[in-house]
Design a protein around this ligand. Sequence first.
Ligand code: NI
Length: 185
Amino acid sequence: MILPVYLYGQPVLRKEAQTVPADYPELKQLVANMYETMYHADGIGLAAPQVGLSLQLLVIDASVMGDDFPECKDFKRTMINPVFLERSEEEVSMEEGCLSLPGVHEKVSRSVKIRIKYQDEDFQEHEEVIDGFAARVVQHECEHLAGHVFIDNISGIRRQLNKGKLNSIIKGTARCSYKAKAVGK
Ligand code: NI
């Protein structure tokens, strides 16, 4: 089932997400719905707050980026209760977008390498070192779980330049090709 994507301005995107308990009802169905929603919107990552649920859960499938970034080839992960163990001091700046901010693209600086632990949808523990663009996607999605969005990282001037777009997203008049839930609508 395709879920509506909650857009910038929705309070759920600003909350620190809750730990997912092992007995969370119908978790696998929720994960399946999140993948379907992400694919439908041509996204490569989606965090639970973006479908209105304040939960430490995210899905990523960055395999479409595999031609440009070999580390993304077959990079498909469901991460529950993720925790960063390490983030490299070395950072790289690249353009990002977000399904909750249609039409907004800005450069963001992120660690090039991370070490992270998380549970999968069967609550099996994983610990992984991830680098390159895949590490960027993981950091972007984890940021949602902390109540942040990628434009929180840009300069005041850049934010000012996006003000019109941000206001139209909040009002629900921004162009968006998928089912979405704006504050103003
Ligand atoms: Ni996002």
